[in-house]
Design a binder for this molecule. Structure first.
Ligand code: HEM
Length: 417
């Protein structure tokens, strides 16, 4: 047990990421046990870069099949809502084969022109005359929220008319611990009635229902989008079951939307706080690739993924028991002095930058990493061309969650040329 910080205190996370506490934990307790309030049973907490990579790699000892959040679902819960991210090999290998081709560097490069055009449209609408003259606006609402969902809509063939519902449902699921965003709050309310749905939420059921409507449309009228390909896909002679389809649909919509939005919004917040880095980027477009990865390291949209120990094991001196939860804090590993020079410096020229924001070392490495990078890079490039600088126009509002680094609002003003 460690003194001082309670990493499950969501009000603390709503105020900010506890970077100083993580720095202390990396020094004093790189792997430590934390108690939790019942019904949860506590967890091992991994704070150091090397430990996170080791656990990600060793899927036989550190399983994903019992869930990837703090929640402790039953076998029945898991069977109903297991997505690719909650599987171990060989099941994982099989599911991943179905979708990996659609997310390769080559497959994603096809969307470059589309993402560029979309970004220009979003910025034309957001950067009105008044905004360019210095009026404050909410960057999350006007820019960060708009791009990722529209890219997914294109890739998956989602109907335009449903996009606001997808955004809204995704928000209520990812932020299922924030009472300002959802009325069914995990950890506060009795969610037993919803335990078979994603995120133990009634909105998970609504997302499935919406997904089924879209799937039914695609079955009637197949195209070349990802969803049509999933419907046709066969691996080892099997087609995806209805449950697999529901869950694939929800993970793609959730994992592909919120995370990229967070990276874009937190990136602009970083540039508000480090204006010299924005000037550097504007002066040298050769920095776009390294700036993209630095924004993703710095913003760390997904703070952690959890594993479960399958056997008793000695992990860097910590004695793990089979069944123990093991939380891999990417947000701490991304600031580990043993891996990064000056980790608390936002440096858009940083190379190498082997950050953990997409996971690293294991088979679950983010499927959408190339797509996310493409989106972040194109948004940065377009903004750097148009905007001399950003400054905060108010206090950003964070989502009350220890899972994502989400911003509800980011009030900014652009600096006139
Ligand atoms: C900046 C944006 C993103 C971040 C930070 C992010 C982060 C992550 C992380 C941390 C994991 C788990 C890695 C592990 O357990 O080792 C993951 C997995 C995944 N991500 Fe992303 N993601 C992003 C964007 C996307 C996009 C755009 C998509 C799809 C459209 C996507 C789809 C997935 C899927 C399907 C998985 C599960 C992969 C598996 O289990 O094999 N992500 N992502």
């Amino acid at each position: 047990m460690t003194d001082g910080v309670d990493l499950t205190d969501l009000d603390m996370w709503a105020r900010g990421v506890p970077y100083a506490e993580f720095a202390r934990l990396r020094r004093e307790a790189p792997v430590a046990w934390f108690d939790e309030a019942p019904p949860n049973s506590g967890f091992w907490s991994v704070h150091c870069y090397e430990g996170i990579i080791t656990a990600s790699r060793d899927v036989a000892t550190f399983s994903s099949a019992r869930g990837i959040s703090f929640e402790e679902p039953t076998d029945e819960d898991m069977a109903a809502r297991r997505t690719i991210i909650d599987t171990d090999p060989p099941e994982h290998t099989k599911l991943r084969k179905i979708v990996s081709g659609a997310f390769s560097v080559r497959a994603i490069a096809v969307y470059q022109h589309f993402v560029e055009g979309l970004t220009e449209q979003v910025l034309d609408a957001a950067l009105t005359g008044a905004v360019l003259a210095g009026d404050a606006f909410d960057f999350v609402d006007r820019v960060a929220k708009e791009v990722p969902i529209r890219v997914l809509a294109r890739i998956m063939g989602l109907p335009e008319a449903d996009l606001d519902s997808f955004i809204d449902l995704g928000d209520r699921l990812i932020a299922n611990t924030d009472p300002d965003i959802t009325d069914v709050v995990w950890g506060r309310d009795d969610t037993d009635a919803y335990r078979l749905f994603p995120f133990r939420s009634p909105y998970g059921k609504q997302l499935w229902d919406l997904g089924r409507e879209v799937v039914a449309g695609r079955l009637r009228d197949p195209g070349d989008d990802l969803l049509s390909r999933l419907l046709r896909a066969e691996v080892d002679g099997d087609r995806l079951s209805e449950v697999d389809l529901d869950n694939f649909f929800s993970i793609l919509v959730i994992a592909g939307n919120e995370t990229t939005r967070i990276a874009i919004a937190q990136g602009i917040l970083a540039f508000c706080e480090h204006p010299a880095q924005w000037e550097r980027l504007r002066a040298d477009s050769g920095l776009l690739d390294s700036a993209t990865d630095e924004v993703i390291r710095w913003s760390c949209p997904t703070h952690f993924m959890r594993r479960t120990a399958t056997v008793d094991t000695d992990f860097g001196g910590a004695l793990l028991r089979a069944g123990d939860k093991v939380v891999l804090w990417y947000v701490s590993g991304n600031r580990d002095e043993a891996e990064f020079t000056d980790p608390d410096v936002f440096d858009i020229g940083r190379t190498p930058n082997q950050h953990l924001s997409f996971g690293r070392g294991g088979p679950h490495l983010c499927l959408g990493a190339h797509l996310a990078r493409l989106e972040v890079r194109i948004v940065l490039e377009a903004l750097a061309r148009r905007v001399a600088g950003f400054e905060l126009a108010g206090q950003p509002r964070r989502i009350r969650s220890n899972f994502t680094n989400g911003l509800r609002t980011l009030p900014v003003r652009v600096v006139p040329h």
